[in-house]
Write a protein that binds this ligand. Sequence first.
Ligand code: ZN
Ligand code: ZN
Length: 230
Amino acid sequence: MGCKKESEEDLVDNNGQVGSAANALLSDEVYKKLEVEIIHMQGYTPTSSTISNLQSFLSSCLKKPGGITISLKEIPTQSQSSYSTSDLKSIENNHRTIYNVGNTIAASIIIVDGAYTNNNVLGIAYKNTSMAIFGGTIEENSGGISKPSRSKLESTVLNHEFGHVLGLVNVGSNMVENHEANDHEGHCNNDNCLMYYAAETTEIASFLVGNDIPELDNNCEQDLTANGGK
Ligand SMILES: [Zn+2]
Ligand SMILES: [Zn+2]
């Protein structure tokens, strides 16, 4: 009766490469609703501005008529000075509770108490619906004199990592105009854009003093729209 039956290939699981769920997240063709679970270690609860900034960033890019919800889950500290990608994957396996089901797509964000194996890095996207930010490094680079607020730094990194999961730049959402940085794969060539490489490194901290959280530039926005987003 005119109903479009979802084929197997329209559905995605939560184990793909970064960017492979971009269209499923951006468009409302299969998934009408998004649930984001933030799994944070004790003492690393994201601030309420970080959560509302993420909510507005996602609402501005994603077609999700069923809504976008963000929930928090606290886990014990592991007190490691650094966490590798495989450490993050096992934390996710042990603690993630929300996966894609029916017409709801799910994403997971882990906030650990330490650094990444590369301590200039503030966040990473490591699977199609999985991201992590490094609370220890964010704490060191925010909140003091001549440093940005923790909310500002946390929001910048979190929105940037979600940008990768949405396929930016050229990692799942095809570029309408060529704007991938020559020297930084997967990143935008505009140093004022959220997807500039420095937004996930400690280099961004000094830039944020006196500046707002970077937003997507026209090229990045255009790529998301072309891949089914708003
Ligand atoms: Zn990045
Ligand atoms: Zn851009």
